[in-house]
Design a protein around this ligand. Structure first.
Ligand SMILES: C[S@@+](CC[C@H](N)C(=O)[O-])C[C@H]1O[C@@H](n2cnc3c(N)ncnc32)[C@H](O)[C@@H]1O
Length: 244
């Protein structure tokens, strides 16, 4: 486990459990998400009114949902960031701050091996558009304690604006765990600051294949810059290396 303290372990377990319970509830055959997916299919088939209706209902439904990264994936990104000695991380999509805790633990543990100057630059830049989620994320990081909280800078608002300035000169690692239309806009903003060898992990690339089409088109057109493979986690977890 990334954390040894019983309180932090309990917090991680509680948040994962709550997220899964919410997802189970909305994914029941008569659940809201199941109904909405049908509306989305209508929209994707060209029905503009259905698409607009879907978007509104999706935003309403997701406003208080965690939709957190599964625990096995969260552990994977923690170990990956430790192996990469990543200390400059951007998380696209923070929600209630669960995956951020894993990233912050990795950053803090990696930073402990750095000198004071480099340590100053070590952080996870977290991004969340929904104010009520940002409040809860901050509460969870406070509860997680100093080994987590001090390494996180939360940028509230639309990441297309909040990531447009003040990025680390070099970014080591990016997590895309966000509504898929935001992936390419975020990547465009981050790309100039990705270090050679930066790793990008994107969640649910198989289960949301339609939504990731523009991401895959984007990285294909830059075949010399991005190399990627999909890891066999639930929904597909894509591992991409930026190596221009
Ligand atoms: C899948 S959830 C993130 C889950 C989180 N990574 C975790 O594991 O706990 C995606 C989040 O992205 C946020 N989001 C969507 N569009 C955004 C945007 N344009 N800017 C910032 N955040 C956005 C949503 O509000 C939602 O909370």
């Amino acid at each position: 486990m990334p954390a040894e303290g019983p309180a932090l372990k309990a917090l991680l377990l509680r948040l994962h459990t709550n997220s899964l319970a919410q997802e189970e509830e909305i994914s029941k055959p008569d659940g809201k998400w199941t109904t909405l997916k049908a509306l989305k299919r209508q929209g994707d088939a060209g029905d503009a009114a259905a698409l607009a209706d879907y978007q509104q209902q999706f935003d309403d439904l997701m406003r208080d949902k965690m939709i957190a990264l599964d625990q096995d994936k969260a552990l994977f990104i923690y170990h990956l960031c430790r192996a990469l000695s990543a200390t400059r991380i951007v998380e696209a999509g923070t929600s209630f701050g669960l995956s951020t805790i894993y990233l912050a633990l990795a950053v803090g543990q990696n930073a402990s091996k750095l000198g004071p100057e480099q340590r100053k630059a070590a952080k996870v830049i977290a991004t969340e558009n929904e104010p009520s989620k940002a409040i809860l994320a901050r509460q969870h990081w406070k509860e997680a304690g100093e080994e987590v909280e001090q390494w996180i800078e939360l940028r509230e608002g639309d990441l297309r604006q909040t990531l447009a300035s003040n990025l680390p000169e070099e970014i080591d690692f990016v997590l895309f765990d966000i509504w898929t239309p935001m992936v390419v806009p975020a990547l465009r903003v981050l790309e100039p600051n990705l270090k050679k060898g930066a790793v990008i992990v994107a969640d649910n690339v198989t289960s949301s294949a339609y939504g990731y089409e523009d991401f895959h088109d984007y990285i294909k057109t830059r075949r010399n810059a991005y190399r990627s493979l999909v890891l066999p986690y639930s929904g597909g977890l894509e591992f991409t290396v930026y190596d221009p």
